[in-house]
Design a protein around this ligand. Structure first.
Ligand SMILES: C[S@@+](CC[C@H](N)C(=O)[O-])C[C@H]1O[C@@H](n2cnc3c(N)ncnc32)[C@H](O)[C@@H]1O
Length: 254
């Protein structure tokens, strides 16, 4: 039987509050294989985040701001929400002596309680795929002012190889999370115009090989570089986007 979004949100809160996931294996491969693509991702995010100056921001999630915004740009204000108290605390402990106001709310992103048109920008890292896309995107659109922007980094689940990997490694994920597929893009596109930037197909296989040959923490090698360069080239071909593991979505409210 299909579970309600309230039941799903309760399970999400439990998983994050009780630290139930085991992501050690995937984190090691990512750290190695995505060495160059993380740099490309950071460059693109930095360009977008530069536009956050003097804006009122809503973070869906509660600690991406530490890497994305802190010491880079001064927004007018950041509001962070999370369904998990423990996750919320991860942001709150870093929120001292900031040159802008920041506040934290325990809130379900599928049911934002902020008034209409409260924010200039809504953003988040690896978060939409934990939500009901239709409901959360509807709320995000509602709380954004006219001409407001979204910025999200998300995992994808269109490549059959990733689907198999995910089925075999369930402990790395919450039971209801769903990396994005084509129908999610259609829903987002119905409310936002957007650019996207795709990352990590060749880097995964090449990174796995490089990890075996060079060992952990020896990221800077020709195999990783080749995987990365092939990705940058092939990510320009829309028909091949389904192969990739991650995406940045930067969009404007319709
Ligand atoms: C992969 S983590 C990403 C963390 C994120 N980058 C941050 O800064 O908080 C997924 C996050 O989604 C949160 N989450 C899951 N379901 C949610 C919901 N319905 N409303 C708000 N947050 C939710 C989890 O608590 C967790 O913090």
């Amino acid at each position: 039987m299909k579970r309600s979004i309230e039941e799903i949100a309760k399970t999400e809160a439990e998983y994050w509050d009780e630290n139930k996931l085991d992501r050690r294996k995937i984190k090691k491969l990512r750290r190695h294989a995505f060495y160059y693509s993380y740099k490309r991702e950071a460059k693109i995010l930095n360009e977008k985040v530069a536009t956050f100056k003097d804006k009122e921001l809503l973070e869906i999630g509660s600690h991406s701001w530490i890497g994305w915004i802190k010491n880079k740009v001064v927004p007018k204000k950041i509001t962070c929400i999370n369904i998990s108290k423990v996750e919320l605390e991860k942001g709150a402990v870093n929120a001292k002596d900031l040159p802008f106001p920041i506040d934290f709310h325990l809130m379900d992103a599928n049911n934002l309680t902020f008034p209409d048109e409260s924010f200039d920008i809504v953003y988040g890292g690896a978060i939409l795929h934990h939500l009901d896309i239709e409901k959360s995107i509807g709320h995000i659109h509602r709380v954004l002012r006219p001409g407001g922007y979204i910025l999200f980094t998300e995992p994808l689940n269109m490549n059959p190889l990733y689907k198999i990997y995910r089925k075999l490694n369930k402990k790395e994920r919450t039971p209801d999370e769903h990396a994005l597929v084509t129908k999610d893009f259609k829903l987002i596109r119905s409310k936002f115009t957007f650019d996207h930037y795709f990352f990590d197909f060749f880097t995964v296989g090449f990174g796995f090989l490089a990890l075996k040959i060079y060992g952990d923490k020896n990221y800077d090698n020709w195999i990783n570089r080749l995987g990365y360069n092939l990705d940058v080239f092939f990510s320009k071909i829309p028909l091949l986007h389904f192969l990739f593991a991650r995406v940045i979505i930067y969009g404007k409210k319709r």
